[in-house]
Ligand binder design. Structure first.
Ligand SMILES: *Cc1c(COP(=O)(O)O)cnc(C)c1O
Length: 365
């Protein structure tokens, strides 16, 4: 029995007929850029999240960049975010000449600690950007409340949480702006790079649509300098097929997580999901002592694992200029030492889940 980490291949085989037909339709139409599937997909994604608008783009990273650009974040500005995330979150802030201001995470959920945000707000703060990590929404109500006290917009980095529910509302529609990614290994992935920005602010949506095509307002008229970040029509066609199957896949992911948590019990730190929300299980990440040795043991047992993330952003070389050091965000640093992700995909069978759990329990002795 070979356990696959994300099992994208199996997923393709499962939907092959539908996906091949959808791609062929785009090839036959020759509308490779902004074909009709783009608008159809944006409508379906917006409806799925409940947000007023979906603006698709070329990647999750671009979605963050577009959201920051639309909110006119630039040199001299500060954006508050978490140090425990994928690089893109802090990177796009820096890319626009603004300063990423990190604040520590909650030790149970690994999401930004909302109680720490107010203390790092300054007159230069322009936005708050929480990440809904591993598929679980951040504490959006608390974050929105602080933001509204200071008149700041909140951008949810929902690259890992598309479809997650928080107090009855969907991720991507939990704040002023939400950004997601359709990178193949995300819970809802396409077959290349892709992303989307969600908002119910009509004016902001119009600006985002213009920014993704060179700041264009009508053909060859440019109101502002934008970027070139359209999603390919072929990717939209793939997403339209996958979206149909997504609710059922989410059920299966939830079941996999449930079984892992049951089987692992107290032997490791299992993921903690708060009562008022759920997770789409972008990762099933656990905390263990001696993480690197445990990962090596799993590798020898033929079971793939991964580490999200071994180094928090404030200790990355690219952010050295911010002047942070070890100890600045102790929770993020401690978590990054112990965290590891187990295989997670909707197609894991009960035997495979048991094999992963038992191998892990054996390695932990
Ligand atoms: C994947 C990811 C991104 C970037 O998405 P891409 O589509 O790979 O550009 C941004 N933020 C987080 C938290 C992510 O996991």
């Amino acid at each position: 029995m070979k356990v696959d980490f994300a099992n994208l291949n199996y997923q393709y085989e499962l939907y092959k007929d539908e996906i091949d037909a959808a791609i062929q339709e785009v090839l036959d139409s020759s509308q490779y850029i902004m074909g009709p599937q783009i608008g159809e997909m944006e409508k379906k994604l917006a409806d799925f999240t409940g947000a007023g608008h979906c603006i698709s783009c070329a990647s999750g990273t671009d979605a963050l960049q577009l959201a920051l650009m639309a909110l006119e974040v630039g040199p001299g500005d500060e954006v508050i975010t978490t140090p425990f995330t994928f690089i893109a979150t802090g990177e796009m802030v820096a890319h626009l000449g603004a300063k990423p201001v990190f604040t520590d995470i909650d030790e149970l959920t690994y999401n930004i600690d909302p109680g720490l945000i107010e203390s790092v707000i300054t007159p230069r703060t322009r936005a708050i950007m929480p990440v809904s990590l591993f598929g679980q929404p951040a504490d959006m109500n608390e974050i929105n409340a602080v933001a509204s006290d200071y008149g700041l917009p909140v951008i949810e980095d929902a690259a890992q949480s598309f479809g997650a529910i928080y107090r009855g509302e969907k991720s991507c529609n939990l704040s002023h702006v939400g950004c997601t990614s359709f990178f193949p290994a995300k819970p809802l992935g396409c077959y290349g790079d892709g992303g989307a920005v969600f908002t119910s602010d009509d004016a902001l949506a119009e600006k985002l649509r213009s920014l993704r095509v060179h700041g264009q307002t009508q053909r060859y008229r440019h109101a502002r300098a934008g970027i070139c970040s359209r999603m390919d029509t072929i990717q939209a066609a793939v997403l339209l097929v996958k979206l149909k199957h997504y609710p059922r896949e989410l059920e299966k992911r939830r079941r996999v997580a449930e079984l892992y948590s049951e089987q692992l019990g107290n032997a490791v730190i299992t993921p903690q999901i708060r009562d008022d929300r759920d997770s789409v299980w972008a990762q099933y990440s656990i905390g263990v002592c001696g993480r690197d040795a445990v990962c090596e043991g799993m590798r020898k047992a033929g079971i793939p694992t991964s580490v999200h993330y071994p180094m928090p952003l404030h200790l990355q070389e690219c952010f050295e200029y911010l002047g942070h050091g070890k100890g600045d965000f102790p929770v993020a640093e401690a978590v990054s030492k112990d965290i590891m992700s187990l295989p997670m995909n909707p197609f894991l069978g009960e035997e495979e889940i048991e094999l992963v759990s038992n191998s892990l329990l054996r390695i932990l002795g």
